[in-house]
Design a protein around this ligand. Structure first.
Ligand code: AMP
Ligand code: FE
Ligand code: FE
Ligand code: ZN
Length: 286
């Protein structure tokens, strides 16, 4: 196996809260010397409508991916899905439900901001012209709310918007409807994919982690962004102890999180090939 193989399997495009188009992310992956890639937009597989012909042309190995938002006992948990059948009906219906959930939640954010004198219209949340988006829609959420707040001069930066107003526990935070971890794992599995706990080091309550470790996940994201090396080892060992695989990815968002480079963390060839096998069984060549 090649020592030089690196696959970044956690990144975002403008189909959710990244700044770059799917094509730009693929080109960047090649520039960075990556051999494999998975795009994991929040609650969306829309990027997969366009990426496979581009990946083929670039010689990049590409597998389906997604990052779903869930809640467990009041804590926000992100779940990555890989290799699923992107045309699976249950999977598509689940993404639609997330889309509606976010529409309602955004409306609540807009109302709360109006009470503060910040007059944001729903249309302003869209950060990318509709005609550039594969399905004419974007997974919009707090990063888009934060950018609108900035545009209206209410905050000086996206970071300040989160820290002072819309971060969890802050005065303008809206939780929105919650999807369970169990249902999310089930949807990914029914679409033939693998379910992976994203950035487990963000989960501060040990009891929550123990709940998750008892659930039918397939893997754990052990390498993340620029996590210091000494923090990665224990997660990889935990995955092995559970009989799960472990992955790595940058969580690249483009200019939305400028400190994170595509390829900052990666997955090795053995694990990527396992996921790619599933991807091919479910999707053929794309
Ligand atoms: P939501 O899914 O709408 O609750 O928004 C959560 C998203 O906000 C996460 O996926 C992050 O990408 C983004 N986010 C969280 N904190 C920050 C921050 N301080 N600055 C920019 N983006 C953030
Ligand atoms: Fe994000
Ligand atoms: Fe996440
Ligand atoms: Zn992410």
């Amino acid at each position: 196996m090649s020592q030089h193989f690196r696959a970044d399997i956690h990144c975002h495009t403008f189909c959710s809260d990244g700044s770059e188009s799917p094509e730009q992310v693929l080109n960047l992956a090649v520039e960075r010397g990556l051999k494999g890639l998975s795009i994991t937009d929040h609650d969306s597989a829309d990027a997969y409508d366009v990426v496979f012909p581009i990946a083929k042309k670039l010689g990049l190995r590409m597998i389906t991916g997604v990052e779903f938002s869930t809640m467990h006992r009041g804590e926000s948990i992100h779940i990555l899905g890989y290799g699923y059948d992107r045309h699976n009906d249950d999977f598509e219906a689940f993404c639609e439900r997330h889309h509606r959930r976010r529409k309602e939640r955004n409306q609540r954010f807009i109302e709360k901001l109006r009470e503060q004198g910040v007059m944001i219209e729903e249309d302003e949340l869209l950060q990318t012209p509709k005609e550039l988006l594969p399905r004419g829609r974007q997974t919009t959420g707090r990063p888009h709310i934060a950018q609108a707040m900035m545009k209206h001069g209410f905050v000086s930066s996206v970071d300040r918007a989160f820290k002072e107003f819309i971060g969890e526990g802050r005065p303008l935070f809206v939780p929105g409807a919650a999807f369970s971890v169990e249902e999310t794992i089930d949807v990914i599995h029914r679409a033939g994919g693998y379910a992976v706990i994203a950035h487990p080091h963000f989960i501060k309550r040990k009891s929550i982690l123990n709940d998750l470790f008892a659930m039918p996940f397939d893997g754990l994201e052990a390498y993340y962004a620029k996590l210091p090396k000494q923090q990665e080892g224990p997660w990889a060992r935990k995955a092995e102890e559970l009989g799960w695989f472990y992955t790595g990815g940058s969580d690249f968002h483009g200019t939305v999180k400028p400190h994170i480079q595509l390829g900052a963390s990666w997955t090795n060839e053995e694990t990527f090939s396992l996921l790619e096998k599933r991807h091919k069984e479910n999707n053929g060549d794309g």
